[in-house]
Design a protein around this ligand. Structure first.
Ligand code: G1P
Length: 299
């Protein structure tokens, strides 16, 4: 089924302090994953799911994002003159992709606050939110599945991943009950980044959401929560109670390939995994990796 939803919101206002000094003068969303900035994968995912109206919520120091999704006329002209069509199409890929808009977050008051900044642009329709630290493999189309589920149930949908209980404190954690569909659960509770011993489950919310527009009204009165920030998780907890007949909140359980680019170690793993899978790099990289790793045993 093709969804009527057309808008995607991508919060990209974080300071990226985990990657300093690389992110001193460059947004973390521009860090290359193999040869493409992380944010381009996320926009490509939105477009692949039919969402080609993209709003990025940005902070200061994010001009590179606007430039990346804009034309680069001088560079394009140079490549045209050289007759280098392959490179030219790489330059044009990101500006041809989607209709990308930007709004500034102003005060960095949390993810819920960032999403609320999309209210004017989104208006009175459901929309998707994609967080840039999570990359979902293009071969495992999670967002399309979530949009279908939203259309079917008319409800807000989050993406869930079963994680090692020792990692649940890094995520929003969901209390769930089964539905008739083995991939879908009804959310009965949500806690932002709980300690492992009080987490309601090891179902972690990963960075994909399909939200009904009523979320804006809820976010307007959501009090600061964990870390003194306005948390999207807290607003969704309220919606899970089916406020104003908005249908509650359901979770699509994702069992596909996800890459985390949010911290250094996971970022390195993501680059290696994606490069190993690439046709142009995998054939050389994989035997080299095997050899390299064998060297660890030899000491
Ligand atoms: C955010 C959300 C959290 C969610 C996570 C997914 O946290 O607040 O509920 O589980 O994204 O990546 P962040 O990682 O931005 O601190």
């Amino acid at each position: 089924m093709s969804s009527r939803i057309t808008k995607a919101v991508i919060p990209a206002a974080g300071l990226g302090t985990r990657f300093l000094p690389a992110t001193k003068a460059m947004p973390k969303e521009m860090l290359p994953v193999v040869d493409k900035p992380a944010i381009q994968y996320v926009v490509e995912e939105a477009v692949a799911a039919g969402l080609d109206d993209v709003l990025m919520i940005i902070g200061r120091n994010k001009n590179a994002l606007a430039n990346h999704f804009d034309r680069a006329t001088e560079l394009e002209h140079t490549l045209e003159v050289k007759g280098d069509g392959a490179k030219l199409s790489k330059v044009q890929e990101s500006s041809d992709l989607a209709d990308v808009h930007f709004v500034r977050q102003g005060d960095p008051k949390g993810l819920g606050h960032a999403v609320l900044r999309a209210k004017k642009h989104v208006g009175d329709q459901s929309f998707a939110v994609l967080l840039g630290d999570d990359l979902i493999d293009a071969r495992d189309p999670l967002l399309t599945r979530m949009l279908d589920e939203h259309d079917k149930r008319g409800a807000t949908i989050v993406a869930l991943l079963e994680v090692d209980p020792a990692s649940i404190h890094l995520y929003g954690a969901a209390a769930v009950e089964a539905t008739d569909d083995p991939d879908v659960v009804r959310i009965t509770g949500l806690v932002e980044k709980p300690a492992a011993d009080v987490a309601p489950s090891n179902f972690a919310v990963i960075g994909r959401y399909v939200l009904r527009p009523e979320v804006f009204g809820v976010l307007e009165h959501t009090a600061p929560g964990k870390g003194g920030e306005i948390q999207l998780t807290d607003a969704l907890m309220e919606m899970a109670d089916d406020v104003e007949g908005t249908g509650g909140v359901y979770g699509v359980v994702f069992r596909g390939r996800r890459y985390d680019t949010g911290d250094k170690l996971d970022y390195i793993k993501a680059v290696i995994q994606l490069a190993a899978d690439r046709e142009d790099l995998g054939a050389d990289l994989k035997p080299w990796l095997t050899e390299y790793v064998a060297g660890f045993d030899r000491g």
